[in-house]
Design a protein around this ligand. Structure first.
Ligand code: S3P
Length: 175
């Protein structure tokens, strides 16, 4: 059996749907823990010099998913434990799920689609939410909830709570 490192020495990864607060919460959690903060979408954009929307529109979703998997693998390979906001779709890929289970402490920021739809903005990194975001988020919740559950060591039900409360909840469960 491969010995697993204590939670404090592992990467802390936030997963969950678009609008669940992974980036804003993750950034503050990283600051509190004195760790580097990495955001999957920002890394894809920095690496390619293109927006997520451009990649979806020009090259298609499969190309984006491959880039998403690469940046996740690279983030998890960093020796210093970091806080990572993983893009909402990383759990769709079985290798990504295995990496998350093996290499990180994973917190699922869970919120109902209605809460997410009220909060989320489409923007340049969310081409999938351009039309009828609530319907899209409802379909995603059905398809992805079991996958988030599969990788999560902890679940934080956000219920639309303010960011600073969520930061405390994440620090509490991931201690
Ligand atoms: C996606 C989530 C987005 C971004 C892309 C696709 C998804 O990231 O990667 O638009 O499939 O859930 P965030 O979860 O950071 O918004």
């Amino acid at each position: 059996m491969v010995p697993s490192s204590p939670p404090s020495e592992r990467h802390l990864v936030l997963v969950g749907m678009m609008g669940s607060g992974k980036t804003s919460v993750g950034r503050l959690v990283a600051r509190r823990l004195g760790r580097a903060f990495l955001d999957s979408d920002e890394q894809v954009e920095a690496r390619t010099g293109r927006t997520v929307r451009e990649i979806f529109e020009v090259d298609g979703e499969a190309t984006f998913r491959a880039l998403e998997a690469d940046v996740l693998a690279d983030a998890l390979a960093r020796p210093e434990p970091a806080v990572i906001a993983a893009a909402g779709g990383v759990v769709l890929d079985a290798d990504n799920r295995r990496r998350l289970r093996d290499q990180a402490t994973v917190v699922w920021l869970h919120a109902e689609p209605e809460v997410l739809a009220a909060r989320v903005r489409s923007g340049d990194h969310r081409p999938l939410l351009t039309h009828d975001p609530l319907a899209v988020l409802e379909r995603m919740e059905t398809a992805r909830a079991p996958l988030y559950r599969e990788v999560a060591d902890h679940v934080v039900d956000t219920g639309g709570a303010p960011v600073d409360e969520l930061v405390e909840s994440v620090l509490e469960v991931a201690r």
